[in-house]
Design a binder for this molecule. Structure first.
Ligand code: IMP
Length: 197
């Protein structure tokens, strides 16, 4: 059985990964089981760069194969922003509310009530010998200045996946089916299966 450290402290993401890799001959080990771990410096210019930076960093720290993800929102009317800066759009210690406020202010600045947008996710697997697998997912939608729903996290209340429905109004199961992370995880599960054969 292949042991893989999951380079995230987010319990929700670990649950999603465990679901996606059910049936594979792998055991996912949470980063928390190694005690205090430093954070990787996510200074890449793309989601791929950051996912790889994190996977390599934790593979080296733990001497175990590592899996890491990076994701974010890209808004057409903002030239693709906030992209890799999604988590810290409103500053280094910004929370979801501050980031959403900044997103609305930016839409106002470009005189838009809404814009096409997409969530994107890159997943990187790095083995102890350096062997690397990448997987990608995206979820197209529209960001609109009218929030709806209380589920999800981040930009979900402003991200419309249907005419009158935001990501924050979906159940976890519904979100997994259409989300960027769900799609990337399914692709990675396929690739890992072949890699481990
Ligand atoms: P990370 O990949 O966990 O670092 O996510 C980066 C940031 O992208 C998050 O802090 C959110 O602001 C945003 N983001 C990523 N995925 C989602 C999602 O599914 N819903 C809402 N926001 C998301």
């Amino acid at each position: 059985m292949k042991e893989i450290v999951v380079a995230t402290k987010n319990k929700g993401k670990i649950r999603e990964m465990m679901d996606a890799f059910e049936g594979l001959d792998v055991r996912l080990v949470p980063l928390s089981s190694f005690g205090e771990m430093p954070d990787a410096v996510e200074d890449g210019e793309t989601f791929d760069d950051n996912a790889l930076i994190k996977a390599r960093f934790y593979m080296e720290k733990t001497n175990m194969a590592a899996l890491a993800d990076d994701s974010g929102l890209m808004v057409d009317a903002l030239g693709g922003a906030p992209s890799v800066y999604s988590a810290r759009f409103a500053g280094y210690h910004a929370d979801d509310a501050a980031n959403n406020e900044k997103l609305m202010a930016e839409l106002s600045r470009v005189e838009r009530e809404e814009s096409k947008a997409a969530y994107r996710c890159s997943l990187a697997f790095v083995d102890t010998d350096g062997a690397t697998l990448m997987a990608h997912g995206s979820c197209e939608g529209v960001v609109r200045k009218v929030p709806r729903g209380t589920g999800g996290f981040g930009y979900d209340p402003y991200f419309y996946v249907g005419k009158d429905r935001t990501m924050a109004e979906l159940t976890l199961e519904e979100k997994d089916k259409i989300s960027h992370r769900g799609e990337a995880l399914r692709e990675m599960a396929e690739k890992l299966k072949k890699y481990l054969e």
